[in-house]
Ligand binder design. Structure first.
Ligand code: GLU
Length: 473
């Protein structure tokens, strides 16, 4: 099989949202294609008409889009490819690798029971295998599986795994109405889409020997397979809703950065020494199949949160803007991209683990006037500090240079004149500017607010200290 260009795929079944495990599979295939300069194909496996919905298809696109996973081909829809499957099924019948079977479901059930009773594996007994039946209403198509020997999956992650062919029976590849069965459709798609590398969850491993036999029957080269262990929860059971949100976009809505999610999901199964933090570019550069682990990754939400904080800190500020804006909007804050918002973000980056935290911290920057927390105002905006606060306000309103050094000098002068420690003056200033007692560093925050907002908020605080009446609307 030609592997000069690596061609991978992600073939979700659209029966729900994109969950963390599915996203990890998509990411592995995408990264491997990007790392090798190959191609990544998206295919929607929607042959299960009952369970597939357009809503799920849209949810999958939305999640991939948020994660920044792009595809070079597709999306293909299995539901639109029935002609291709039919053609391959016909070819297998012609070559003697498949046959029509008219046994009823009841008869097959009896065969299975009989096999079970005699201590064997419940299987179809091959009644129609050599009958050479013609196509007829309701006849299914069965694959003529080998009766002896074994099929080896040369797994790129787990090493070679041999399956005895006696474990298999003549499984159905087409239903009575001619529609393809799952394994047949997957193999025909992977063949016709030239997929040469398949990385997927090890819940699919039992399908792999059947699929390999179908490749062989169709006279096609078998691609490389790698089966990734499932993600587990903290209690080592398979990850489920009990362990936290399962949908990828739920993390977007909780204020996570897609790069953090990408980094986190990749690390649930792949490693590069003991490095934990990876940028998107670094993942593309370093990802390989050799370092996908054989043991299951354990989902740790605290680790994800910490990683998110790191990604927020490491990102260029303008790149954070589109992620933060929806959260500001949700809080009724009408912020626009631009220098002011960038300055605000700069001060919040070091102290925000999520965009929700960042939006919470940003509130005071966008208020016309800060709303004083009653306790903070009672404690810090008292008349005994009126003189130094007035002096500081005047000094700031008169200064020509408004930067950290000049502000520091102005504070020093006021502190010396009134014989005050920094904290004594910084806290009232903080309440004056933000309404509360917790905020980014005083000088960086003042620079972000800009001189005119700072002066007007300080003047309002002075007035409050004089009259006890808040200027806040
Ligand atoms: N459609 C399958 C799923 O969503 C994937 C099949 C495959 O990777 O071969 O689990």
């Amino acid at each position: 099989m030609d592997k000069t260009t690596i061609i991978t795929r992600f073939p979700p079944s659209p029966t729900g949202y994109l969950h963390l495990g599915g996203a990890r599979t998509a990411i592995f295939n995408w990264l491997y294609a990007r790392h090798t300069g190959g191609r990544f194909i998206l295919r929607i496996e929607d042959t299960d008409v009952e369970r597939s919905t357009q809503e799920s298809v849209d949810a999958i696109f939305e999640a991939l889009d948020w994660l920044g996973i792009d595809w070079d081909e597709g999306p293909y829809y299995q539901s639109k490819r029935f002609d291709v499957y039919k053609e391959h099924i016909a070819r297998m019948i012609d070559s003697g690798h498949a046959y029509y079977c008219t046994c009823t479901p009841e008869q097959v059930e009896q065969m299975r029971n009989a096999a079970r009773e005699s201590g064997g594996k419940p299987k179809y007994d091959g009644t129609c295998r050599d009958k050479n039946l013609k196509q007829q209403d309701g006849a299914v198509v069965r694959f003529k599986a080998p009766l002896t020997g074994s099929t080896v999956v040369d797994d790129k992650i787990r090493g070679p795994i041999a399956f005895a062919n006696t474990e298999l029976d003549d499984f159905i590849i087409a239903r009575g109405d001619g529609s393809p069965m799952y394994n047949l459709a997957v193999v025909v798609d992977d063949i016709t889409m030239n997929i040469n590398t398949i990385i997927r969850g090890d819940d699919h491993i039992s399908n792999t020997p059947k699929q390999i036999l179908l490749y062989q029957a169709l006279g096609c080269d078998v691609p490389d397979f790698g089966h990734v262990p499932m993600v587990l929860g903290h209690d080592k059971s398979r990850l489920s809703k009990r362990h936290g949100a399962m949908s990828v976009t739920a993390y977007r809505d909780m204020g996570y950065h897609p790069d953090a999610m990408l980094n986190f999901l990749v690390r649930l199964g792949w490693s590069h020494g003991d490095q934990e933090f990876f940028t998107r570019a670094e993942l593309i550069e370093k990802f390989n199949l050799e370092h996908i682990g054989r043991s299951a990754g354990v989902f740790n939400p605290e680790k994800l949160l910490a990683l998110n904080g790191e990604h927020i800190r490491a990102a260029a500020t303008p790149d954070l803007v589109p992620h933060l804006l929806p959260f500001l909007k949700a809080k009724g804050i009408a912020a626009e991209p631009g220098d002011y918002l960038n300055g605000v973000i700069d001060t919040l980056k070091p102290r925000s683990k999520t965009f929700i935290e960042m939006a919470d911290g940003a509130g005071f920057y966008f208020q016309e006037k800060p709303v004083y927390d009653a306790q903070a105002a009672a404690k810090f905006l008292k008349s005994d500090l009126l003189a130094p606060m007035k002096q500081l306000t005047d000094a700031i309103s008169q200064t020509e240079t408004f930067d950290e050094t000049s502000l520091e000098d102005l504070f020093k002068k006021v502190m010396e004149d009134a014989d005050l420690k920094f904290g004594k003056i910084a806290q009232p200033v903080r309440v004056a500017l933000t309404g509360g007692t917790v905020s980014p560093g005083i000088f960086e925050m003042m620079i972000a607010l800009g001189k005119s907002r700072v002066v007007s908020r300080l003047k309002d605080a002075v007035l409050f200290m004089e009259t006890g009446v808040s200027a806040a609307k």
